[in-house]
Ligand binder design. Sequence first.
Ligand code: SAM
Length: 255
Amino acid sequence: MKLTYDDKASIVTVEDEAGTRTHGLDTPEAFEAMSKAWLRAGWDTKYVYSFAWFGRPVIQLPEDMIRIQELIWELKPDVVVETGVAHGGSLIFYATLFKAMDKGRVIGVELSLRDHNRAAINAHPLANLISIVDGSSTAPETVSKVRAEIKPGEKVLVILDSNHTRQHVLDELRAYADIVTPGSYIVATDGIMGEVVGGPRTKPEWTTDNPEQAAKDFVAENANFIIEEPVWPFNEGVVRKRVTYWPGCYVKRVR
Ligand SMILES: C[S@@+](CC[C@H](N)C(=O)[O-])C[C@H]1O[C@@H](n2cnc3c(N)ncnc32)[C@H](O)[C@@H]1O
């Protein structure tokens, strides 16, 4: 895509394989094209590696955090299971929501939690809402440990943010499918990989080897799940598509 921004005329011009189009800045098309460029520049500059939540680094696009907050408020799950802990910022984020809601707790699953990150999570004021399961997220013994921490009847939301290969995410979707509650979601994060190929730290195969593709594979084999955007509660603007690192991520259990 070639994008030209003319601030005096308040237009953008997009040139790609579909041709050349001009859009006013007040249109969703202009916003989408500029967001696409912004996301790519954000990838190249490691913009998502510049935030912390309540003292812990969180490797997320803030837009995605706001959106999942909207879903968590709507669902009010008893448990969030998140694979991929890293510094613990996202676990703390979910814990702050649960503290404010006076309901819910977080289970983090991590293959190689560093000692200083474990110590910081354990010392955090919200640590009582967090438990850590050590191990690979797809190992049967790890999944069994997660399952053992969930009580019968609890409402569960699962967020996949560990190894983002298509195969690993597909294996996670299969492994956690019966842990997520009907009406809730498994969120397959970081499908942005498919859209930033050519940038630094990317691989050509990411075009298809990514979490968004894994989600498509999964719903094709499991009729209990569909890919469906939650109903976002508020929008007085004209933009309808999320600006996100998590395209096509919301895998909903419908039965
Ligand atoms: C993108 S980071 C997680 C970021 C974190 N959720 C946040 O928002 O700040 C990915 C983490 O997944 C972990 N990981 C990689 N493969 C894994 C696996 N098979 N099982 C569990 N964790 C894994 C890595 O060690 C790394 O800490």
